[in-house]
Design a protein around this ligand. Sequence first.
Ligand code: NDP
Length: 312
Amino acid sequence: MVEKVHCLIIGSGPAGYTAAIYAARANLKPVLYHGLQPGGQLTTTTDVENYPGYPEGVKGPDMMADFHKQALRFGTDIRNGLVTAVDFSKRPFEITIDEGKHKVIADAVIIATGASAKWLDIPSEQKFRLNGGGVSACATCDGFFYRGKEVAVVGGGDTAAEEATYLARICKKVYMIHRRDTLRASKVMQQRVFNTNNIEMLWDSEVDEILGEEFVTGVRIKNVKTNEKKEISLSGVFIAIGHQPNTKIFKDWLDLDEQGYIKTLPGTTITNIPGVFACGDVQDKIYRQAVTAAGTGCMAALDAERFLAEHA
Ligand code: NDP
């Protein structure tokens, strides 16, 4: 027998849990599936100091444990399991969990599957990322820890340009390492980078290795035109080579933008399919903050509540 769910939430970052808290308190009896990374991107960060309500800061995993507890407290049914397929052709929607081990049908679906930062995929990068040793994909989250220090940003798009100019206000010096000799970033962002005195461009360069024992002490870069290698001393490396929204299973049903983010009606979480809502980083390539994700999670629950009241 296929299980019937009133409100299904897919994803367990700040957006998914906030949607769950609001949906549970509105008596929508939400069922939330965790996905592969319970707690989402914040479980891979160390200190979070910019989430309001934590004046002393909080560890990312601890904050997500709090979100989890709060969602449970109001009766969210939180489950392990990965949504592997959806059928949004008719309501109630059909959702396949763990390649068909389980199926549910849902009156409303809130998608909060997030986005994943792209990484260079060199071993030293993953080591320092996972131990909080000096590799990050979020300057707004972690830049503060490098106050007065020298850091590098890898990438040449708008994110990299934005991260570099942000870090330049906090750090002594920012190296921007880009694999080509022109930036992909918009002209206005490029100008901002070029007009910032403490950003040094390292053109035609790839990161060969991130150096250090427990903490980052430098990078070795390779010039892709000359193959010449050189080492630079610094304390942190910010990887800004793009994000990948986790939308693969939705692409046959939902309108996505050219980078794969779910399109929502401006100012709402409404997608092109009535009854399917999207919140958090899966529909936001600009802000990507825990607090903005939580905000849109709240919106998704309110949008779902209104929809379910009208289509009961
Ligand atoms: P982009 O895909 O635009 O840029 C990624 C950058 O990383 C490119 O310069 C690319 O190099 C480089 N890169 C990719 N893979 C590698 C790799 N393996 N090694 C080294 N370098 C690599 O991603 P963004 O996150 O910058 O932007 C995504 C979208 O979001 C864009 O549309 C952007 O305009 C938008 N955005 C808008 C903002 C705003 O309006 N405030 C802020 C941030 C993003 P190459 O150029 O050689 O391909």
